[in-house]
Design a protein around this ligand. Structure first.
Ligand code: ASP
Length: 450
């Protein structure tokens, strides 16, 4: 059996971190397939290599040169290599590669941007392979193209194509330790395309599913997933185990430890995910599994999505009007707006949308189309809302979870504008004013975890 281990950017930001990563890789002979991100921030004010590359690409796309950002990126690799006492020549092909990328044609701006972004992971993987080789370990870089990671032709937001899985399965047979760059693959036309930001998690999940790994270890910079956002709740409880569905709900609502799109491949193949800390590999971490033994814990976490808005409309006898909902959603579709939830009553419907997906100009057009097509008596758009999610599989079997939440929110003077419970009963959602968001999360955390 084999383990997939993915290391995030903060685990690869300095030579010291890379040394730790190499120690972890070599500590377990089952760690034979390694996915790496690009070097991340070395301290809170630092810039991630991916952001430096985006800055360089943006310069070129606006007719400038981007040389200083590119040089800064090369310098990051140089300082890691120097700290690892690798020979200086190791950096030469990296410098050449990044310079060549920078000078590529910018005719297709999206493809150019993705080619630049992918340079962060690609060169990091080459460097880590060399760092392991310098320790006398058999390690090889593999290109996602040679390995068969074929993605949809959607620059910056690609998705894996089903045929990739069969081809990637052969990675199992490779000798030694394989170092695979995260975040990007190739379209059928042979172009580099990247996943959305943070997408190295997705690469690891696809590989874990393709080779049917025993476990997908996701090494990051925290000891575990916590029951609430530590910037809102002081010292929140660690979660030792949670299900894919619970993690999906939490990452949907802003828990950024694990990319939400990364859950689908591992869920399908039923590969457990182990979130672990590179800086504290002895800690237990968090295990994401198909089903949880401890259903006596009804709620595992409280999450919040800030900056959502709600289109509210009402029309008398709406419930008799066949196709009302479809026509409403079609208007959003034709404007390319994705929605989050559609709570409805007898004569009214609300559509919850992330504010970033509904700029004011679009809002005006959509409202006008709704007025003309559906003739509502009332239509309004409310901005500045938050969605609070109470998440836990155990809620299904426990009476009174909702009543505890509403009671706690009322005691904290938080007005609930909307309640929605998904039919799978893994989460309960409360719509409130964004000004109350922190109070609501703290109050609900205290209710279920204190
Ligand atoms: N380096 C990419 C990013 O910063 C992908 C990743 O780290 O997972 O988004």
């Amino acid at each position: 059996m084999l383990k997939i281990s993915k290391f995030g950017g903060s685990s690869l930001a300095t030579a010291e971190q890379v040394r730790r990563v190499c120690d972890i890789i070599t500590a377990d002979p089952k760690r034979r397939l390694i996915v790496v991100s690009a070097p991340g921030k070395r301290h809170s004010e630092d810039i991630k290599v991916t952001d430096l590359l985006i800055a360089a690409a943006s310069q070129r796309l606006t007719g400038k040169i981007g040389a200083s950002e590119c040089a800064e990126t090369i310098e990051r690799y140089r300082s890691i290599a120097a700290g690892l006492e690798l020979p200086a020549e190791v950096v030469e092909p990296i410098a050449r590669d990044l310079t060549e990328r920078l000078e590529k044609s910018t005719t297709d701006a999206n493809l150019y941007m993705d080619t630049m972004k992918a340079g962060g992971e690609d060169n990091c993987a080459r460097l880590i392979a060399q760092a392991l080789q310098a320790r006398g370990v058999e390690a090889h870089y593999v290109s996602p193209k040679d390995a068969g990671l074929i993605l949809s032709d959607e620059p910056g937001n690609a998705q894996v194509l089903p045929e990739a899985y069969n081809r990637l399965r052969d990675l199992r047979e490779r000798p030694g330790i394989t170092i695979f760059p995260g975040f990007f693959g190739y379209s059928k036309q042979g172009n580099i395309v990247t996943f959305s930001r943070g997408g190295s998690d997705i690469t690891g999940a696809i590989l874990a599913s393709a080779v049917r790994a025993e476990v997908y270890e996701n090494f990051t910079d925290v000891d575990s997933v916590f029951a609430a956002n530590p910037s809102i709740v002081k010292d929140p409880a660690p979660i030792s185990e949670l299900t894919y569905r619970e993690m999906r709900e939490l990452s949907y609502a802003g828990f950024s430890v694990f990319h939400d799109e990364a859950l689908e491949p591992v869920y399908r193949a039923q590969v457990p995910v182990h979130i672990r800390n590179t800086n504290n590999p002895k800690s237990d971490g968090t295990l994401i599994v198909p089903s949880r033994k401890s259903t006596d814990i009804p709620v595992v976490g409280i999450a919040a999505i800030d900056s959502v808005c709600c289109i509210y409309l009402s029309k008398y006898l709406m419930n008799r009007e066949i196709g009302f909902g479809r026509r409403l959603l079609q208007i959003l579709e034709s404007e390319g707006v994705s929605f989050e939830h559609v709570p409805s009553g007898i004569d009214n419907m609300s559509v919850i949308i992330r504010e970033e997906n509904l700029p004011v100009k679009k809002e005006k057009r959509i409202v006008e189309q709704i007025r003309q097509t559906l003739g509502p008596e009332d239509i309004s758009v409310e901005r500045g809302l938050s969605l609070i999610m109470v998440v836990g599989e155990g809620m299904r079997h426990t009476i009174g979870i909702a009543s505890r939440a509403t009671h706690a929110l009322a005691s904290a003077q938080v007005n609930i504008e909307m309640i929605n419970q998904g039919s799978n009963e893994v989460s309960m959602m409360f719509g409130i004013k964004s000004d109350d968001m922190e109070t609501a999360v703290q109050t609900l955390y205290a209710e279920y975890f204190a």
